[in-house]
Design a protein around this ligand. Structure first.
Ligand SMILES: *[C@@H]1O[C@H](CO)[C@@H](O)[C@H](O)[C@H]1NC(C)=O
Ligand SMILES: *[C@@H]1O[C@H](CO)[C@@H](O)[C@H](O)[C@H]1NC(C)=O
Ligand SMILES: *[C@@H]1O[C@H](CO)[C@@H](O)[C@H](O)[C@H]1NC(C)=O
Ligand SMILES: *[C@@H]1O[C@H](CO)[C@@H](O)[C@H](O)[C@H]1NC(C)=O
Ligand SMILES: *[C@@H]1O[C@H](CO)[C@@H](O)[C@H](O)[C@H]1NC(C)=O
Ligand SMILES: *[C@@H]1O[C@H](CO)[C@@H](O)[C@H](O)[C@H]1NC(C)=O
Ligand SMILES: *[C@@H]1O[C@H](CO)[C@@H](O)[C@H](O)[C@H]1NC(C)=O
Length: 619
């Protein structure tokens, strides 16, 4: 730092003068002085930049994490967001974690950006990165690229302005210097309050620059601990934005006037539901990510992430990138909880039930190298209908470790549908309502994976044994070992087909493919075409085909509608299969028509002997 500035710092009243704008101090060039570092300093640090959400491209946590090349979870954590999905409103402040160090005589954090059509260094610096960088430093760092001839797909290293606190500052309790882009209209007192930094410290750190001339320039905010920015406001989009277009909606068959009436009412209800949602769109997400932080586990939010390496534990490079983002468990604790992986605790292929820190989990044994992709995907996804990864364990000497998942008390769906032991617990079958809810849960989970993650994810192994039911029979998709990002050659329609088969198993109680009486192989997706084939006979055929365990406790129209959705999903030509959004919509309509309020509307008009009951539930 220049000597003249040091003497300035010694005079506290100077700041007061600047603050009251009585004196206009000199402007100091941001890019040369503020973020400079001495070339021989080897200090590097984890710090944060403040990013403003902006429409249309940078509203979702995933978009912002992609831009900065960090994990979505690290953003969720840094900002104490609940892990539910959702897009932000524009202009919300988010902390983005970066690793800062010295390059040449400037300190910066590198991130990689892929050029898109129409990009220039200038636009990328002012729009995408919101002046957290400058075009000239981008140019300097990418000497091989011709600024005037950028091609889409080219990768550019973007240096983000940042700075690490000096030892002197650390001694004074300043642990982070946060990069913030000053906005016209900002006030230093408000900023200091928001960041819990002192106004003095901000003025000093920024060389007493004239903030009124700093609009759109990055400044540094010295803080003692990671700031808590105001909780960002969300706009809930799921239903409203992805409402399927009516022309592509699967027609829900209904022959009787009553059923039509019921459907109209249903649609109104669904529409009303969607209409109501915008009212709730601006909500404060408060619930903390602490949900995955288990008793006794480290809470990395407040301090600089402590190294999770403990003595004697080995961590493979493949998974080390996840260590500061997840709860960590000791192998020893897991082995103890399962009595050395005793058969008694086994609930699936290399999956065991384990009580850790007083909570029950499902632990899955894995080899570090084998589950890299699965881990990558598990940390992108977060949805109530996908099984949650609660943490992982340290690898042992053989490179084995455990994935620790939330536990689903009621096990997998196939056990409920195809249980052979009908004599011992004949009462344990799923009611119509439960089956509908399970279908809707799975559809919601898949829609999330297909349409709300970036990139989209194909599960590739949807089947009843991979659908788990929790204590309240809420369905959760599990087993992401086959899942892949939906890039070229990976289509979402295979999941749609598999989902259709799950629907057929829910309806029939039969396995997707099995030997039927007479030795022939029955395939549900072929059988359903025969059932639905003849308009006049379909009800009779359906009655014979549907799961006898339902004992007639289901609405025939609902069953036919569900079968039609399943038939559409299992269309031979994959391009004819509906998208998950349409499926969710149709299932919602079917589920709505099954509520008490519609009983009276359609019951008398239906010639079927339909009995609706809400008291018949599995066990
Ligand atoms: C950065 O510094 C260079 C020279 O050091 C100067 O020409 C340029 O205008 C500065 N950029 C900004 C945005 O202040
Ligand atoms: C950097 O090098 C200069 C001169 O060699 C030295 O005076 C200074 O103390 C060094 N700074 C650090 C942080 O090592
Ligand atoms: C940023 O990238 C440049 C060019 O690849 C490299 O020289 C520099 O060391 C990197 N800086 C950091 C902090 O990673
Ligand atoms: C930083 O380095 C560049 C060249 O590497 C040099 O021209 C410039 O004067 C240096 N700036 C400072 C503040 O040392
Ligand atoms: C603000 O920072 C001071 C230390 O600088 C700390 O003692 C205080 O607890 C912080 N307040 C909040 C609300 O974080
Ligand atoms: C970045 O700088 C440009 C040009 O000065 C300005 O138009 C833009 O509003 C700035 N963006 C932010 C987020 O400050
Ligand atoms: C995170 O948010 C929750 C819910 O608003 C709050 O109770 C909790 O104190 C917050 N955590 C931190 C570290 O601020």
């Amino acid at each position: 730092m220049e000597p003249s500035l040091l003497s300035f710092q010694a005079l506290p009243f100077i700041f007061l003068l600047f603050h009251t704008s009585l004196v206009a101090p000199q402007t100091i060039d941001t890019n040369t002085t503020l973020f400079s570092c001495s070339a021989n300093s080897s200090s590097s640090c984890k710090t944060f930049v403040v990013y403003r959400t902006q429409s249309p491209e940078y509203l979702e946590p995933g978009d912002i994490s992609d831009l900065f090349g960090v994990s979505p979870l690290s953003i969720t954590r840094a900002n104490n967001l609940s892990s539910e999905e959702g897009a932000f409103l524009p202009d919300q402040l988010l902390l983005v974690p970066i690793s800062c160090s010295c390059t040449g005589n400037q300190s910066c954090a590198n991130t990689t950006y892929q050029i898109k059509e129409g990009d220039t260094f200038y636009l990328v610096s002012i729009y995408n990165f919101e002046n957290l960088t400058d075009y000239d430093v981008i140019m300097d760092l990418n000497p091989t690229l011709k600024p005037s001839k950028l091609k889409p797909g080219q990768e550019v290293i973007i240096p983000l302005y940042c700075k690490c606190p000096t030892n002197t500052q650390m001694d004074q309790g300043i642990n982070f210097l946060i990069t913030y882009v000053w906005q016209a209209g900002d006030e230093i007192s408000k900023l200091s309050e928001m960041m819990n930094s002192s106004t003095d410290a901000i003025a000093t750190e920024n060389n007493y620059r004239d903030f009124s001339a700093a609009a759109a320039r990055p400044i540094l905010v010295p803080v003692s601990e990671m700031p808590r920015l105001p909780p960002p406001l969300y706009t809930t989009t799921t239903a409203a934005h992805h409402k399927p277009k009516s022309n592509r909606t699967i027609i829900i068959a209904s022959s009787t006037v009553g059923a039509v009436l019921a459907l109209v009412l249903c649609s109104l209800l669904v529409l009303a539901y969607f209409k109501c949602r915008p009212k709730e769109t601006i909500i404060r997400k408060g619930s903390s990510l602490e949900a995955v932080d288990l008793p006794g586990s480290k809470k990395p939010c407040n301090d600089q992430p402590a190294s999770p390496m403990t003595k004697g534990d080995k961590l493979l490079a493949e998974i080390s990138q996840f260590i500061d983002k997840m709860a960590m468990f000791e192998n020893k604790a897991i082995l103890e909880a399962t009595m050395n992986l005793d058969e008694v605790y086994r609930i699936g292929v290399s999956v065991y039930r384990a009580t850790l820190n007083g909570r029950v989990f499902a632990v899955k044994q894995a080899k570090a190298g084998d589950v890299k992709e699965e881990l990558n995907i598990l940390q992108i996804v977060s949805h109530a209908n996908l099984i949650k990864l609660a943490g992982i364990s340290y690898t042992d000497a053989d490179g084995d470790f455990f994935l620790v998942f939330e536990f689903a008390e009621n096990g997998s769906l196939d056990n409920w549908l195809h249980s052979k032991s009908s004599s011992s617990n004949s009462a344990s079958f799923l009611s119509w309502r439960q089956r509908l809810n399970i279908a809707l849960d799975v559809a919601n989970g898949l829609q999330y994976m297909h349409e709300h993650t970036r990139p989209s994810i194909v599960h590739r192994d949807i089947r009843t044994s991979n659908i788990l039911l929790n204590a309240h029979f809420k369905a959760k998709i599990s087993n992401f070992s086959m899942a892949k990002p939906a890039t070229v050659g990976m289509t979402l329609t295979s999941d749609v087909f598999a989902f259709g088969v799950v629907l057929l198993e829910l309806l029939s109680g039969k396995k997707a493919m099995e030997a039927r009486e007479g030795g022939e192989i029955g395939m549900l997706w072929k059988e359903i075409r025969m059932v639905l084939e003849d308009e006049n006979k379909r009800k009779e055929r359906m009655r014979k085909w549907i799961d006898p365990n339902l004992e007639g406790f289901y609405p025939m129209d609902g069953a036919i509608s569900l079968a039609e959705v399943a038939r559409a999903c299992t269309a031979e030509n994959s391009s004819e299969r509906p998208r998950m959004a349409e499926i969710v919509f149709n299932l919602s309509v079917i589920a709505q028509s099954c509520t008490d309020s519609f009983e009276k509307v359609w019951m008398p008009n239906s010639e079927e002997n339909i009995q609706i009951t809400n008291s018949v539930f599995a066990r």
